[in-house]
Design a protein around this ligand. Structure first.
Ligand code: 5GP
Length: 179
């Protein structure tokens, strides 16, 4: 098995590029079928989902738009401390079918924050597409409509996902080897 080193950690190849691409092909086929005739905006969540969003969207053969937002943390004045704000909106999503494109759903906190915002902005319908999903870690009830691959509750990098900013350009997904 292929091993790589990123900064101070070692990772083992876990999901090869071909498997990822094959799965995206299948997801795109399903989306093309399900979304026919709808007014659709794909919404990629930066930074992690940029590769998945690109690979998925290029296989969508419908009239659809794509936009990106980013979750930014800032120190709020509330007692809970850090607040995550979604920045970069440049699309009117009112009455549209929104396909949220996520790199990975872990606890679901990020996803919940995004879905809440989409509801406030009056999306007509919200569907979730995520490349990776950790069912053991998921704590929310939001249904995940399009899941690429389910993985165990381990730390992974590659295909958009980083370790301290590195590893996003790896075409395969790697899992951390515990020390
Ligand atoms: P959640 O809010 O669902 O707990 O986590 C979602 C975010 O946490 C993802 O968008 C991603 O940025 C980060 N994340 C969760 N699990 C992993 C992982 O295994 N590896 C990396 N690199 N990031 C992860």
């Amino acid at each position: 098995m292929k091993e790589i080193r990123i900064l101070d950690k070692t990772f083992r190849e876990f999901i090869p590029e071909e498997t990822i691409q094959l799965r995206i092909e299948q997801l795109a086929k399903q989306l093309n079928k399900d979304l026919a005739g709808k007014d659709v905006v794909f919404l990629g969540i930066l930074n992690g989902a940029f590769l998945f969003a690109a690979d998925l969207f290029r296989r969508i053969n419908l009239e659809a738009r794509i936009s990106f937002v980013k979750l930014a943390s800032y120190e709020g004045t509330t007692s809970s401390g850090t607040i995550k704000e979604l920045i970069g909106w440049n699309e009117d999503i009112r009455n549209k079918t929104i396909i949220v494109i996520e790199d990975i759903v872990d606890t679901g906190n990020t996803l919940e924050r995004i879905v809440d915002e989409l509801i406030i902005r009056k999306a007509f319908e919200i569907k979730i597409a995520t490349m990776l999903y950790k069912p053991e870690a998921y704590k929310k009830k939001i249904p995940l409509d399009y899941v690429g691959i389910e993985i165990p509750n381990d730390f992974v990098v590659g295909y958009g996902l980083d370790y301290n900013g590195y590893g996003r350009n790896l075409p395969s997904i790697y899992t951390l080897i515990p020390e």
